[in-house]
Write a protein that binds this ligand. Structure first.
Ligand SMILES: Cc1ncc(C[n+]2csc(CCOP(=O)(O)OP(=O)(O)O)c2C)c(N)n1
Length: 562
């Protein structure tokens, strides 16, 4: 069948099961937008391409499908870059389509030309420039396949305008992918699995250290089975939050820089670390030479390049986390008791709980209290997206997540401006769930324009701004490590967020007293047809504690109570 390249693209997207793409038009993608006009694929018009990438990324994190975004050539494509890098650092399956100038103009500094495959080479799992119509269908098939298999990640497909315009033969969407040098891992080394089983059997003080790989491989259930069967406490990374219910007595919460004291102590005292779908990031390990000094370490990961990259391990297992755990768990006899190890941990939990004190400033609330109230109001049954900074850490500490794919945050890149577009993508993926963006007053201003997108899409997402009128996390570092010299972190000159929300057609509310927090949240959750922004005035100089200072060992944590 003959049709235009742009029509072929949309046919392929339908074959892939793509329901929605997040995008922004421009000259080079006009043929694609023309095809979209009469396509069944839903398109969400964002207000900035960065928003499209983050929304598609969050859609993927929440749904487990591949997220798709679309931008025009040149500035449209470069505006996607931060979003692509964010997805890359957090191993999120994303296909980003970019328009490109016509093939005969490439390399001539044509209007709105940018070498997007060159630019995104280090931040994509793979990328393509489609040079011939004959390659289009195969490349789309490969792009989706590469994005979602093995360690997921973003793939860019750059589409020259003439290829989208020109008619070509469409002979259907291929079933199979044939990629030389790219194999999907189907099995793991059983010798290593048996070593891991033996190590788990023998351990006296084991800890599971679980990361985002557990969630992306769908291994949460089998991980829970392992933990419960063997009575092993579970600490998660920021990306792993939700893979193990934080309400369970075996949960240690998060470990690392802003983790719980008991998670960090448990890791430091353990004799066996079962590291699953993690990458030994410096925010987690602290000073790497003193990380888990007494432990034998099992590391299970789909990406062989992660094993031994930051930390030497004793039992490396390359494979899909879910498949590997499914090999390990049935080979273990349930453990009767770990009474001594659990007693030690219980004592730490009692002695060093996550707490905070009353607000010292009249007319300002404790930010931790706001997060706790969000938790109580939603019974842990919501999807939380965050911006970056203190707001993100308080969300991770004080909201008790019980399910995978419900905490959506930029971990690896730490991208301010992620939370609002992510909330849009999350709500579109799960319209049945309550979606809340826990935001800082700095970060929210980085992609505030997406409020318009949320209004247009009639999305009842709730944006809770923890407004401390500072770039809080940076101010905290200045307070602790730069003698309190607050160099350019005071952002008290800011818009009136209530009026700003209203200007966009959303609902705006302001809360300054603790007793008004819960009623405001109730009111916000009763809205069904538009976003709500709540401007919570929080204590200006509240800090995130505990904290492992950068480069220190996990033992040396500052503060316990704030
Ligand atoms: C795009 C981007 N620019 C700069 C930073 C560095 N940074 C990390 S946290 C932070 C402050 C965030 O302030 P705010 O959004 O108000 O949140 P708070 O820490 O006060 O909760 C900054 C500037 C970043 N992470 N991302």
């Amino acid at each position: 069948m003959r049709m235009k390249g742009a029509e072929v693209l949309l046919r392929c997207l339908k074959e892939e099961g793509v329901e929605v793409i997040f995008g922004y038009p421009g000259g080079a993608v006009l043929p694609i937008y023309d095809a979209l006009y009469s396509s069944e694929v839903k398109h969400v018009l964002v207000r900035h391409e960065q928003g499209a990438a983050h929304a598609a990324d969050a859609y993927a994190r929440v749904s487990g499908k591949v997220g798709v975004c679309l931008a025009t050539s040149g500035p449209g494509a470069t505006n996607l870059v931060t979003g692509i890098a964010t997805a890359y650092m957090d191993s999120v399956p994303l296909v980003a389509f970019t328009g490109q100038v016509a093939t005969h103009l490439i390399g001539r500094d044509a209007f709105q030309e940018a070498d997007i495959t060159g630019i995104t080479l280090p931040i994509t799992k793979h990328n393509y420039l489609v040079k011939r119509s004959e390659d289009l269908v195969r490349i789309i098939k490969e792009a989706f396949y590469i994005a979602r298999t093995n360690r997921p990640g973003p793939v860019v497909v750059d589409l020259p305008r003439d290829i989208m315009e020109r008619e070509m033969e469409f002979n259907g969407y291929p079933e199979e992918v044939n990629l030389r040098g790219y194999r999907v891992l189907k099995s793991c080394n059983m010798g290593q699995v048996l070593l891991a089983v033996e190590a788990i059997r023998q351990a006296e003080r084991p800890v599971i250290y679980a990361g985002g790989g557990v969630i992306s491989s769908g291994a949460s259930e089998v991980l829970q089975e392992l933990a419960i069967k063997m009575k092993i406490p579970v600490a998660t990374t920021l990306m792993g939050i939700g893979c193990f219910p934080e309400t369970h007595y075996l949960s240690l919460g998060m470990l690392g820089m802003h983790g719980t004291r008991y998670a960090n102590y448990a890791v430091s005292e353990s004799d066996l670390i079962i590291a699953v779908g993690v990458r030994f990031d410096d925010r987690v390990t602290g000073k790497i030479t003193s990380f888990a000094p007494h432990a034998k370490v099992i590391h299970i990961d789909i990406d062989a390049a992660e094993i031994g990259k930051n930390f030497g391990v004793d039992i490396p297992i390359v494979g899909d986390v879910k498949q590997v755990l499914e090999e390990i768990v049935p080979r273990l006899e349930p453990r009767e008791k770990f009474s001594e190890w659990h007693r030690v941990i219980d004592r730490w939990k009692e002695e060093f709980p996550l707490t905070y004190s009353e607000s010292r400033e009249p007319g300002r609330i404790k930010p931790q209290y706001v997060v706790e109230q969000i938790y109580y109001a939603t019974q842990g049954n919501a999807i939380i997206t965050t911006e970056v900074g203190q707001n993100q850490m308080w969300a991770s500490q004080f909201y008790k997540f019980t399910r995978p794919r419900t905490f959506i945050t930029s971990g690896g890149l730490g991208t301010m401006g992620f939370g609002l577009p992510a909330a849009i993508g999350a709500k579109i993926a799960r319209p049945d769930m309550t979606v809340i963006d826990i935001a800082g007053d700095g970060s929210i201003q980085m992609n505030i324009q997406e409020l318009c997108t949320a209004v247009e899409q009639r999305l009842p997402i709730v944006i809770c701004i923890l407004n401390n009128q500072y770039l809080g996390m940076v101010r905290q570092w200045q307070e602790l490590f730069f003698g309190g010299r607050y160099s350019y972190t005071d952002i008290s000159l800011q818009p009136d967020f209530v009026k700003l929300a209203e200007a966009y057609g959303a609902i705006g509310m302001r809360v300054k007293e603790a007793q008004d927090v819960a009623p405001a949240l109730r009111e916000a959750f009763s809205v069904t047809d538009r976003p709500v922004v709540i401007d919570f005035w929080v204590e200006r100089e509240a800090n995130v504690f505990p904290m492992v200072p950068p480069g220190e060992s996990l033992y040396n944590m500052l503060g316990g109570e704030e």
